[in-house]
Ligand binder design. Structure first.
Ligand code: ZN
Length: 257
């Protein structure tokens, strides 16, 4: 991408944003890789190279052997707990604050969108702020529990019954969180512009949400390192690092204000 092309494309993306009334963002693992969190669902990330991801992170094997999950999850949790939001997270938060972005739908469970101030964040693969006891089904605030797990490597237990706690992230074979999915669908049913950042659109339902938007002729901007199956139906495709490219678009927007 030449400098001139890049400027034209970020300008075009900024114009689409400024002319939209209901812009939304859809983000995936690529949003957090610049923060040092690898793509856990990708077989290319190296994270799954030693273990079968279905075996480790499925609901049935968690019930059978939670320690196996927690043994794997320890290094992952360390990465998540030491990660800081990057410039793309900050840029999207500033758009929402300026009234130019209605909300974010994310596949990420790391909570990094909220830290620079994004408010309407719909986490369709769950999050780590809560955990549920697999025995008595009690919900627990889990931030401090996982913080101490990161430090000690000792899996957290239910304070009521001593049972194993499962983080409120979506495991393989598990239903997606109804509220977040309903909110995501509603955003995509009414949006007129979608910014897709760091998602290769390979995992449903994130892969299907842009279609809801295209059905009523919403405009699309995709920022990703790899091509997606929707590139040919997209107004602006920016190839590269979201932490560099999303702030360039937002920079163009602020110039107009
Ligand atoms: Zn319990």
């Amino acid at each position: 991408m030449t400098e001139t092309n890049l400027q034209q494309q970020t300008r075009q993306a900024a114009d689409l944003l400024l002319n939209s009334k209901h812009a939304v963002a859809l983000t995936g693992a690529g949003m957090s890789t610049p923060s040092g969190i690898p793509d856990f669902r990708s077989s290319h990330s190296g994270i799954w190279s030693e273990v079968d991801r279905i075996e480790i992170a499925s609901l049935s094997s968690f019930r059978y052997d939670p320690d196996k999950f927690y043994g794997w999850f320890h290094s992952v949790a360390q990465m998540i707990w030491s990660a800081e939001p990057n410039d793309a997270h900050t840029a999207l938060a500033s758009l929402e604050k300026a009234g130019l972005l209605e909300g974010i739908v994310t596949q990420n469970v790391d909570g990094l969108h909220q830290r620079p101030g994004s408010i309407n964040v719909n986490e369709i693969h769950g999050h780590l702020r809560e955990a549920v006891c697999v025995d008595c089904l009690q919900h627990h605030d889990s931030e401090s529990l996982f913080e101490s797990f990161v430090a000690t490597g000792i899996p957290p237990n239910c304070s009521s019954c001593g049972g194993h706690l499962k983080p409120e992230v979506v495991f393989f074979g598990e239903q997606l969180p109804h509220e977040a999915i309903a909110a995501a669908n509603a955003l995509f049913d009414s949006t007129d512009m979608v910014i897709i950042g760091g998602s290769s659109l390979e995992v449903a339902p994130a892969s299907e949400l842009p279609f809801r938007a295209l059905e009523h002729s919403a405009r699309l901007v995709i920022i990703n390192r790899e091509p997606t199956y929707l590139d040919s139906r997209t107004d602006v495709v920016l190839t590269g690092d979201v932490a560099e490219l999303v702030p360039l678009i937002v920079g163009e927007v602020h110039l107009e204000q």
